[in-house]
Write a protein that binds this ligand. Sequence first.
Ligand code: 6CS
Length: 338
Amino acid sequence: MKATKLLTTASVGALLFGMSAAAYSAEWRYAHEEFEGDVQDVFAVAFKEYIEENSDHTVQVYRFGELGESDDFMEQTQAGILQFVNQSPGFTGALIPEAQIFFIPYLLPTDEETVLKFFDESVAINEMFPELYAEQGLELLKMYPEGEMVITVDEPIRTPEDLRGKNIRTMTNPLLAATYRAFGASPTPLPWGEVYGGLQTNIIQGQENPIFWIESGGLYEVSPHLVFTGHGWFTTAMMANQDFFDGLSEEDQQLVRDAADAAYDHTIQHIQGLAEESLAKIQEASDEVTVTRLTEEEIQAFRERAPQVEEEFLEMTGERGQELLDQFKADLEAVDGE
Ligand code: 6CS
């Protein structure tokens, strides 16, 4: 009886720390928010391949729907059931308020080269965010952009007034809701699993996402009017359970960091040109789709509502938010001037 109990305790321990009970070749679990071939999956598969090619460890990748919604597998990671997770600030913003900085509209430029340089070199991204995630028991390994945000709606819109009365789905963080309120819409926070059905049944009349996801999730079928407002980028983050990471040998910690670096480089290559390819696929698949690119003057009407969202960000995050925002802006200026 005692022996069985000991064995059970050992296997639970092994499960928690992602180790095989037999030899030291670990079996790690990694969950992300997307489907096969999508950007987070490209990252996860590249990470898995690097680990498996350079060690005896294996990585099991779980895609959207296999372990629940994003918040479910974040909880599983914090509990140590999963070793790695890719969760976007759109959802983490409820847990780490400072992560909502990505939802201050017009903070990031639309120019892809500048954005990519920013993610590579930013002190806010690469030094300040890891400390904020660590407070939640998470070892932040990478933050990376997936694509420019595009709004899809039930009819073409050009002004904040056109958004009045429309329920626009947002990811579940309060600042993104503030952004859409500022844009004139009625924000409706929902987890991903409810978006397609919500658009189909007209509970929501629009949403925002990068084009590859509008294509891959078939959102254009139920929300066919694409509007380029240039207000932000979909950003995501890949991390490990911190106790698990701290418990690894130095060699394995380096392996994990190198795998995250390799996956990042591969994913950044992958996203270049992806929006254009996805838009072409959408236009081939549907005659109903329209594409509206706002003029600079039209964008200005949205942009001038950004300061009130920045204000709300600072109300939610205080001094720490101010420090992060200052650094974020300094980092952007540094890459802009290069
Ligand atoms: O809108 C969302 O909820 C989803 N969008 C993307 C691009 N990835 C995953 C996320 O759940």
